[in-house]
Structures are given as C-alpha cells and as structure tokens.
Design a protein around this ligand. Structure first.
Ligand code: MN
Length: 247
C-alpha cells in the first residue's frame, strides 16, 4: 500500500504510533510524508531517524526549507526546535535527505485508484494543465540554497489562499474567511488528478472536490493523519501533546 502522512512537525511518538496503526511494512508498503516533518514539535531528530529507517519518501515543506537555509546561514535563525538535529552526528546526513526531496510528486493510480499529485501546501492555478512540466522544473534544480528560495518552491510549500494569477495571501485561518480577492488555492484547482497536501493546520483534515488535506494539527494537539491511495482510507492517531502549542 502507498500511504501519505500529514505534517508531523517533530511529533515522533505519534508518527511511530501511526505506523503501527496502519501496520506499515517497509518491505511491502510505501510512505510519503507531505512535508513539515520537523520543527515546532518535540523531537525532529527522532522523527527523521524513524522516517529514514522505514525508507520514507516525501515532498519538501516550508519547515524543511527553513531548516536547510537556517543551517546554511542564508536565513536568520528564528525560534525553532532544531538544535538537537543540527548537533546530531547524523544531522547533516538527515538534512541532505531533506534537500533532495521533490516539491511535486506524481503517483499514478489505476483501476479504481486515483492519480495523485503530492505537494506540501498547494498548486499555483497557472500550473494546472502543465503539472509534469512544472514538476520537472521545480524538482530538477540543483537543490542548492538558491533553488530553495525559488518563487515556485515558495508557492508550492507555502500557499493557502491565492488569486487565479498566482498572487499569494499571508492569510492563515479558516478557508471560508479568506479575504477577497484571494481564494483557497484548492477552490481554483481544475485538474483531474487528486492533489494530496498538508500545511493548513488551522483547516485540518478535509476532502475537497479533487483535493485532500492531511495536516490535522498534531503539533497543536489535534491528530496525525495518514491516507492510503489504493483503499482511499484515512487513519488518524490523536496527539499526545496538550492543546497548547499553537502560536
Ligand atoms: Mn507548512
């Protein structure tokens, strides 16, 4: 089975529980994390070690971009929970894995199974009829620091609300409150493939016309969500944290 998991944000214990819950078997199954595996939460290092050890794959999130650029000294260090990762003997190896993650990942479906595009935040409306070309462009860079700051990478890892011509809003609350002229990016999506994404913790897990959101705010006391592509099934485990970390 192929499983997609929403934003873990260092919630390693919940990640471990979720893998047990879905009976994840690295020899048989495939694991795609939807970005933001790290930061804010209690244990980014254990999260990445577990993800590596079970052969996890994934797409790049804005917290991975931050971790890489802050580590490189390109961006100023903000308040974060990444020090143990930076200090670990295998920290740079783990960060190198993150640097290699694609921004957009296509997983074909089949008989009765949805074609899936995975992305951390969402899609620019101008990309909808040319996703393979966009993926080749945004995934095919040198993955160096400058690539991590490319506007297309920023869009795919950060958008919540935007305009049809790809202008982004900083709005981060419930989609129905999105201020005009911006709209939730998924309402503008007109493709046929199912887009599976994370990043919008405030919104939580939802199912749209052709989109599926899996960031159910584990780090803020919600739950951690997984979705199986073949069975179109969601499995969730509750957060072990108090509902207190939201900033
Ligand atoms: Mn995010």
């Amino acid at each position: 089975m192929r499983w997609y998991i929403g934003d873990i944000q260092g919630c390693a214990r919940e990640f471990d529980r979720l893998l047990v819950e879905i009976r994840y078997d690295p020899a048989r199954d495939e694991l795609w994390c939807l970005g933001d595996l790290i930061n804010r939460g209690p244990d980014s290092l254990a999260t990445l070690r577990l993800w590596r050890d079970v052969g996890g794959r994934g797409v790049l999130g804005n917290h991975e971009v931050y971790a890489l650029l802050a580590r490189a000294g390109v961006w100023p260090r903000k308040r974060d929970t990444l020090q143990a990762l930076y200090d670990a003997h295998d920290g740079d190896e783990l960060l190198t894995r993150l640097r290699g993650l694609p921004v957009l990942a296509h997983q074909p479906g089949g008989e009765g199974v949805d074609d899936v595009w995975a992305v951390h935040a969402g899609l620019d409306p101008r990309w909808h009829d040319q996703l393979p070309e966009v993926a080749a462009r945004v995934n095919g860079g040198a993955h160096d620091d400058a690539w991590l700051e490319h506007p297309d990478v920023s869009f795919a890892t950060r958008v919540r609300c935007c305009t049809p011509d790809g202008e982004r809003s900083r709005f981060d609350r419930a989609p129905e409150d999105c201020p005009a002229p911006f709209r939730p990016w998924d309402e503008l999506y007109r493709g046929d493939a199912l887009v599976v994404h994370g990043h919008w913790a405030w919104r939580g897990h939802y199912r749209g016309r052709r989109t599926l959101g899996l960031d159910s705010a584990c780090v803020y006391g919600g739950s951690l969500s997984a979705w199986c592509q073949e069975e179109d099934r969601v499995v969730q485990v509750p957060s072990l944290a108090a509902r207190s970390r939201r900033e």
